[in-house]
Design a binder for this molecule. Structure first.
Ligand SMILES: [Zn+2]
Length: 113
């Protein structure tokens, strides 16, 4: 099954002056965090930045939480390469169970053509 995965969560601060900008990022030093945890941390950072910025409303730019999204297999996290919403070309055994034409594709090991 295809699932949309979000990666590279970060907080980007767009200041009012385009020549004067700053970026706050969330690192990944202690191993991977869940998608929900990364989003929560970024939203917390954004709230803190916004709280500080609220003291100088005239200089406030725009604080947003953004992420990169790409479809992946929900079972093995392989990149989703197929147009189908349910079958990713047999990226793993679980995905292969969703093969709409299991007798014709793909030719797996041990299969006689
Ligand atoms: Zn898979």
């Amino acid at each position: 099954m295809r699932v949309m995965k979000h990666r590279n969560f970060r907080v980007i601060v767009w200041p009012r002056n385009p020549s004067d900008f700053g970026i706050a990022s969330v690192g990944n030093l202690a191993g991977p965090r869940s998608e929900a945890e990364e989003r929560r941390i970024c939203e917390k950072i954004a709230r803190k930045i916004n709280r500080h910025l609220s003291f100088s409303e005239d200089d406030r730019g725009d604080v947003r939480v953004v992420s990169d999204a790409a479809p992946e297999c929900s079972n093995c996290n392989s990149k989703w390469t197929e147009k189908s919403e349910t079958y990713n070309g047999g990226c793993c055994a679980e995905d292969e169970k969703a093969n709409p034409n299991p007798d014709t594709e793909p030719d797996g090991p041990g299969r006689v053509a």
